[in-house]
Design a protein around this ligand. Structure first.
Ligand SMILES: [Cu+2]
Length: 616
């Protein structure tokens, strides 16, 4: 009997608890619609995550239709897809280095967190000399016909941790060349000017661990590659396409020190060359079916790099010329691997009139750069260009894909073209582009810089999510005093996602317990924490992988961002750790082998990048 009474009491108690729980849930639901702020308990006991602060100005609980905050509601539906955090922070600039020694004409971020920079050697000057013990380079002075010594470094390794530059030695002129990061972490650069026009140069990788320098192999290419484009292929090899009067492409040798096999004549490059050329540094994007999208001047096509056949052609992009020297920008939009049919969409923006270079060169008349920005889904059966207007005109800009999938247009000028002294009115104002937003709402004007970054300027996404901005030299030498002096200053630009107010929502990858060696198509785990991530669900998190491009002349070669498919999501509330299982990209066509920066993105707010490596 006593036993029976106990049981009844226990059931009654449980029932009461249940009622209280239901009631508080109803109250919570009311709070959601109420204009009154909910009252928050005093966090007297240690809790795994800080309790929501209703005074925080960040919209923690917006949804796609209603981006206004109603305070710190805590009832979250697992199925809800919430929009990205909105912020009115429009970026910030800082000076990272007052003088990096070498003007950054060509750059590539390395998995060592160093940026390899090189300029042309033809100037025979920079702002940093070889250290003692490194012999100078003898050269023939073209004006005096005398042999002279060049003791200036034209390349350097920029350390992102210390912002210090270490001079490097490059001799065969890599002026207006191209390059890319090989799967083993070697930077491979090809082409250049005169003695460097057929050079393949190597830096770092397994052949060198510490204090590396360039390893140059001259006459390794079959044709001159001055203003050519280099792109990584699904198997990790490189193709190098075009260059001045080189209407062909070739495949870089698989082994360092060997020479290429043969050039493949490619009429498209000839057909798209006009009086001002306007077909140099063609835009090349590897798309997930393994074909290469090639854009030159105003035309584009799809090339199969394994059988060298043109797969299809695309509609002409009207409005002007897009490649060097008109110098527009292009990017492959993020590849979303959550879609069943993986599509590929490209964008081509800015540039100038086909005659703009001639007028700038001969009359110093600088035509206004183009202001249009165009997208095309190239995997569509009947693709067409969809055009919009950028907030400002831009030539010689960079189009960088940010870790969260936004595109940043940065650097360049508003009038004129590429080449020395051929532009004016620097475009000091970066523009952020959100490709997923509705047309008309995609562009956001950022805070301007004060330093002109025009011809021979560069920029790069670095692991902390900032943009490294350097270079700009509109002269055939180094000028200290000029309207546009030769720039060796390095700036850092923080995009809106680095708003300090978003820091509590920023994921932090726990590198020790996260997978860094990925295999195609195989699930892998990333662990991370978020200070204010108590209510985080799988839908709030994206994992992205960024291939660090080789950037020069407004072209970021091999640049791509992949949005991975997430499988499982486990919260270990006690430890404050999230464990996310994602599917590695399926194949080299989607993600060529090599090093990528992996980011965990929480509703648009990216973590710091972690280096991962992917292969078969
Ligand atoms: Cu150039």
């Amino acid at each position: 009997m006593e036993n029976y009474l106990y049981k009844v009491l226990l059931i009654l108690t449980l029932f009461l608890f249940f009622l209280v729980a239901v009631d508080s849930n109803i109250l919570n639901k009311h709070h959601r619609k109420s204009r009154f702020k909910p009252i928050y308990p005093d966090p007297r006991f240690p809790v795994p995550f800080p309790i929501n602060d209703p005074t925080n100005p960040i919209n923690d609980h917006n949804d796609n239709n209603n981006p206004t905050s109603d305070g710190g509601d805590t009832t979250i539906d697992e199925e809800i897809t919430r929009g990205d955090f909105e912020t009115d922070f429009n970026g910030a600039w800082e000076l990272l280095s007052p003088n990096s020694g070498v003007s950054a004409m060509q750059i590539n971020l390395m998995p060592t967190n160093k940026i390899i920079v090189y300029d042309a050697t033809i100037y025979r000057i920079s702002r940093i000399q070889y250290p003692p013990g490194v012999p100078c380079v003898p050269f023939m002075d073209e004006f005096t016909h005398q042999m002279k010594q060049d003791c200036f470094a034209h390349s350097m390794e920029y350390d992102l941790d210390t912002n210090q530059a270490r001079p490097l030695k490059v001799t065969a002129d890599p002026w207006c060349s191209c390059g890319g990061l090989a799967p083993d972490g070697t930077l491979i650069s090809s082409g250049g000017f005169r003695d460097g026009s057929r050079t393949i140069r190597y830096y770092g990788g397994p052949n060198c661990q510490k204090d590396c320098d360039w390893r140059e192999h001259n006459e390794a290419l079959k044709e001159d590659r001055w203003y050519g484009s280099q792109t990584i292929l699904p198997n990790g090899d490189f193709i190098v396409i075009g260059g001045r009067r080189s209407f062909s492409y070739e495949f870089l040798p698989k082994v360092e020190g060997q020479i290429t096999d043969k050039p493949y004549f490619f009429p498209f490059l000839y057909e798209t060359s006009d009086l001002d050329e306007n077909n140099l540094y063609p835009f090349v994007h590897l798309i997930p079916d393994g074909n290469l999208f090639l854009f030159s001047n105003n035309r584009s096509l799809l090339l199969n790099p394994t059988n060298n056949k043109v797969v299809r052609t695309f509609p002409v992009l009207p409005g002007g010329s897009r490649n060097y020297p008109a110098s527009g920008m292009s990017a492959l939009l993020p590849i979303n691997l959550n879609n069943n049919n993986v599509t590929a969409e490209v964008m081509v923006c800015g540039g100038n009139n086909p005659n703009a270079f001639f007028l700038a060169e001969t009359r110093k008349t600088f035509l206004s750069a183009l202001q249009d920005c165009n997208r095309m889904v190239i995997t569509d059966p009947n693709p067409t260009w969809d055009s919009e207007r950028m907030p400002s005109r831009r030539t010689m800009g960079d189009a960088l894909i940010l870790p969260n999938g936004q595109i940043l247009f940065i650097n360049g000028a508003q009038v004129g073209t590429s080449a020395w002294w051929d532009a004016d009115q620097p475009n000091l104002t970066p523009v952020l582009y959100s490709p997923e937003k509705a047309k008309g709402k995609r562009f956001k004007v950022m805070k301007p810089t004060t330093i002109a970054r025009m011809y021979h300027s560069t920029s790069a996404v670095i692991p902390n999510g900032k943009i490294w901005v350097a270079g700009s030299n509109t002269h055939d030498t180094y000028k200290d005093h000029d309207k546009f002096p030769t720039e060796t200053r390095v700036e850092g630009f923080s995009p809106p996602y680095l708003d300090p107010k978003l820091d509590n929502f920023r994921p932090q990858i726990i590198e020790q317990t996260s997978t860094k060696d990925l295999k195609y198509g195989v699930n892998f785990e990333t662990q991370f924490s978020v200070k204010r991530g108590f209510h985080l669900t799988k839908n709030d998190i994206k994992v992205t992988m960024y291939f660090p491009p080789f950037t020069t002349h407004g072209v970021s070669m091999s640049q791509r961002l992949l949005v991975l498919k997430n499988e499982a999501f486990v919260k270990d509330i006690i430890k404050g750790v999230f464990k996310l299982t994602s599917v590695a990209p399926p194949a080299g066509e989607v993600a060529p082998p090599g090093y990528y920066l992996l980011f965990v993105v929480h509703r648009g707010v990216p973590s710091k990048g972690m280096w991962v490596h992917i292969q078969k």
